[in-house]
Design a protein around this ligand. Structure first.
Ligand code: DGY
Length: 438
């Protein structure tokens, strides 16, 4: 398909998923509400052809921010029973900090909004207009970063913990498997909806869902109080992707506040936190035994020595020095970069738990590719960056705007399908962004 037709098709996906209330669903039926990190990537795509919709996307997400700065991973703007777990399960009203006017979840997702606001600024023709918008939103994003550093950084290391696998964005990664072994949740009675929309071989198992639900039950018993959750959650992890995105967003907020002027205190705060985060992401999350960054399990005080696409995300925030960046690049190409594989598989293709079909256990995801693309460019690994971009576009062109894709060139050619949700918004949005680059 020509570049122009692919962009037109991608725009139609985004327009089709945009809702009257001013937000975009990730995918019809499978994800019928507003998701936090999806919205950030979607806003980037929308900004290429309809800046007003991009602004609405961000505005409606931030309209659901909690009083303590927390931004939920799902905002339930409308009623819809095609998704589990919905608003009645999450029960955000249990927290005195949650908004009264709208129902949300009580877990979060990677903090993309800082770099998204800066991207919107860089893209906009009318800088005065976009700065007006940024001025109306930036303090909410700043408040969110303060929330992370004051509530989610229990050792004062500049490294934020997540308390649920859904907070990582990489929902069922093999990285979590050993944590599940420390739990023994009851077999909950619930009705999965995702597997009525998507083949169950592409989704997490019911037993995995028992664990996901069990942690949310614990958070609800704690009325979503961070101190109680940090004390009791069996899942407490410092994630390289989450922290790299926070650092990259700190950077953007600092630059935007400088442009806006008169925000010295905030800039000082962000700079000092960012410095600590950068030092400790390298000290604590770089794992020389695997030649990549890895997750740290705060519950048992150990690194989780597994490599997934998140392991390379510190390139995106400029954490590694040149020598470390070269090591990361070598690990990426040695393990993930074989020529019969598309870049970048979500989990180590040489790992025992790699699964080409299952959600975050192996398939290629376009948003992670976009993050790695920009990370590699930051270090001038132009050839590999180009390959990630071309692989992403080839997958979308061949199979459509799916949620994720089989990483093996041979298997995907034989099966000729993409996986998960169809007409998936961030896949479309980031395709537009890739194709719009000069
Ligand atoms: C899902 O339901 O799989 C979502 O990713 C959780 O937010």
């Amino acid at each position: 398909m020509s570049k122009k037709s692919l962009v037109e098709k991608a725009k139609r996906v985004l327009i089709g998923n945009f809702q009257k209330k001013g937000f975009t669903i990730p995918s019809k039926n499978l994800y019928p509400f507003q998701w936090k990190w999806d919205s950030g990537f979607i806003a980037i795509g929308l900004a290429h052809f309809d800046i007003e919709k991009a602004k609405k996307e961000i505005d409606s997400l931030l309209n659901a921010q909690w009083e303590n700065g927390f931004i939920p991973h799902i905002v339930f703007h409308t009623k819809n029973d095609s998704y589990f777990p919905g608003a009645d399960f999450h029960k955000s009203s249990l927290s005195p900090k949650s908004p009264k006017h709208i129902k949300t979840s009580g877990i979060t997702q990677p903090p993309v909004l800082g770099f998204v606001l800066e991207k919107l600024y860089n893209m906009a023709y009318n800088k005065i207009e976009i700065l007006k918008f940024i001025k109306s939103q930036i303090n909410k994003v700043y408040k969110n970063h303060r929330y992370f550093y004051s509530k989610r950084d229990i050792n004062n290391e500049g490294l934020i913990y997540i308390y649920h696998n859904w907070e990582s964005g990489t929902d069922n990664s093999p990285v979590w498997d050993d944590i599940w072994k420390t739990m023994n949740p009851p077999r909950y009675k619930f009705e999965r909806k995702d597997t009525t929309h998507v083949d169950s071989s592409q989704r997490p198992t019911n037993r995995e869902y028992d664990h996901y639900i069990d942690i949310i039950e614990l958070a609800k018993r704690s009325n979503y109080d961070d101190n109680k959750i940090a004390k009791h959650s069996p899942f407490l992890v410092q994630d390289p992707l989450f922290n790299s995105i926070l650092i990259r967003s700190n950077e953007s907020l600092i630059r935007l506040y400088k442009i806006l002027g008169g925000n010295e205190e905030k800039i000082k705060y962000l700079k000092s936190k960012n410095e600590k985060s950068l030092t400790n992401i390298n000290k604590k999350l770089y794992n020389s035994s695997i030649g990549a960054y890895s997750h740290f399990n705060l519950r048992n005080g150990k690194k989780i020595p597994l490599i997934c696409s998140s392991s390379f995300s510190p390139l995106f925030c400029g954490a590694p020095d040149l020598d470390l960046a070269r090591k990361l690049k070598n690990t990426l190409m040695k393990k993930f970069g074989k020529h019969d594989y598309y870049l970048c598989s979500s989990f180590d293709p040489e790992g025992k738990k790699h699964d080409q079909k299952k959600y975050w256990r192996g398939p290629v995801w376009i948003n992670l590719n976009w993050i790695l693309y920009h990370g590699l460019k930051r270090y001038r690994y132009e050839e590999i960056a180009k390959r990630i971009k071309n692989d992403s576009l080839e997958l979308v062109d061949k199979f459509g705007f799916y949620e994720y894709f089989n990483p093996s060139k041979k298997t995907s050619k034989e099966s000729n399908i993409g996986y998960g949700g169809e007409n998936f918004s961030w896949t479309a949005a980031l395709t537009i962004d890739f194709l719009s680059e000069k």
